[in-house]
Design a protein around this ligand. Structure first.
Ligand SMILES: Nc1ncnc2c1ncn2[C@@H]1O[C@H](COP(=O)(O)OP(=O)(O)OP(=O)(O)O)[C@@H](O)[C@H]1O
Length: 270
């Protein structure tokens, strides 16, 4: 049986910003391989500049890899296959203020992916927009709202609605929880867990928070200066002896958040 997603030696080099055209390219991501199964959550961790966003953007098709392959359900997924990727892998960004278009209503923003990817009449599109808004805990009436009329948490719910409206297999969330205050963050995590249960979504989440990772991740991938230094099941990474850098990443803020346990079926309370 093939994996839902398999990355084989994905890597990325960039020409440094403000460099001469002949300057050597720098390596943002060394060849990285991992697998993800249906319904699983993979957390990508690492310090600032370790390549987390680069990897998540390559998976979501926002950035082209410099090399390596990505397979979805055993079939190679090329960078140029934007329609196939768009239908199966969607991304939620950190800052919903930047990722949502302030000039469009919520309904218009949710309609966009449907117009590009589905051949359905306007009445069906509206029905799907309404039901998706309800799935993320908003009301059908919110379709007429502009982003500035919503709270931060509601905006992040809209961003999630836009990500799930095409019924994707994978949602990539790049620091999507970091800008939220603790109670809203807990609500959004619970929403993501509920959607995973109902829709079978797999998540790839980029986060600095060991508490969130312990609560929702089945597997963890750790990057250090562009190199993958650990990839394993959360349970094994937490219980087996790890190198000091991995230990620090996995345990650093734990004492402040002892209410979040390793029991991933429990809901977060803040
Ligand atoms: N468009 C780009 N052009 C040049 N270098 C880049 C570009 N994007 C990222 N990099 C470099 O690649 C490396 C990895 O960056 P990346 O944003 O993936 O790290 P990160 O782990 O996500 O960091 P953070 O936690 O701060 O978001 C960094 O050295 C960064 O400066």
């Amino acid at each position: 049986m093939s994996h839902l997603l398999e990355a084989v030696d994905l890597f990325k080099t960039f020409r440094p910003r403000r460099a001469w055209p002949w300057s050597k390219k720098s390596v943002a991501l060394e060849p990285t391989s991992f697998t993800l199964e249906a319904g699983e959550t993979l957390a990508i961790m690492g310090e600032t500049g370790s390549g987390k966003s680069t990897l998540s953007k390559i998976i979501a098709g926002v950035e082209a890899p410099s090399g390596g392959e990505l397979y979805l359900n055993g079939q190679k997924l090329n960078y140029a296959q934007s329609k196939r990727r768009c239908q199966n892998i969607r991304m939620v960004f950190q800052d919903s203020d930047k990722s949502l278009n302030q000039q469009l209503t919520v309904g218009q923003q949710l309609e966009e992916p449907l117009l590009f990817n589905r051949d359905m009449p306007s009445s069906e599109r509206n029905q799907l927009i309404n039901s998706t808004l309800r799935k993320v805990g908003l009301l059908a009436e919110h379709a007429a709202f502009y982003p500035h009329m919503l709270s931060t948490g509601q905006k992040q719910r809209v961003a999630i609605a836009r990500a799930i409206i095409l019924d994707p297999q994978i949602v990539v969330a790049d620091e999507a929880l970091v800008a939220l205050d603790p109670s809203v963050r807990a609500q959004i995590i619970n929403l993501m867990l509920d959607l995973q249960k109902d829709m079978g979504i797999s998540y790839i989440i980029v986060t600095h928070s060991p508490q969130i990772v312990k609560h929702i991740a089945d597997k963890i991938l750790i990057l250090y200066r562009g190199k993958m230094i650990a990839f394993n099941e959360t349970e094994r990474l937490l219980t087996e002896k790890q190198q000091p850098y991995v230990e620090t990443l996995l345990h650093e803020h734990l004492t402040n958040h002892s209410q979040i346990t390793g029991n991933s079926s429990a809901k977060v309370t803040e």
